[in-house]
Design a protein. Sequence first.
Length: 202
Amino acid sequence: MKPRGLTNRGSTCYLNSLLQSLACVSSCWLPFVQHLSSLPSLVNKLLTTLMAMKSSNEGRPCDKDWPPVLDSEELQGVDTLPLLSALEEAKQKGGDGNFSWEDANDVSEVLITLISETEKCLGPWSTLSACPREVTTCGNCGYESLGETNSAMLILEPMKYLSQSLEKYMEKRSGPSASCLECDMVATSSQRLLMYSSPEVL
């Protein structure tokens, strides 16, 4: 699948790159979509934009003759203006009254604004831990037990796309024979990893 590009509205190329990266790892932000109405305005706009990108990208073919011929509606793509307006408002409220996307601006300052607004609902990024949960399934009765790996670091197998590396990391694999707490029998097991938050280190 080839992701659809985003329109550059002034000095927004670096922000568009961030959005494209986030769109490729939807498993990290999709769980928060169900709480959309209770999230701060800027985070709401960020998730709404990512959802629109995901919807727009789904089913797009990986054509060898890329890019394809697009009609005017296709060229419009995803509207990032609501997110840009929310970011601009947050920057101005933060003391940068002259901030505008039409002017060259500091990349890090804009990203810090985005992060600080996100921290209001997700907590400080510096203290978030991936804490992957290890799910062990009994091969006899299917009972699932859940345990923590106590790791804030993910070591992924390099693949073409980050989403593929994450899927590979969390896929089911054979586990050791063990005594099941449910059926009280020693049986072979399978294991898989689940993630509930973004990792500190990737």
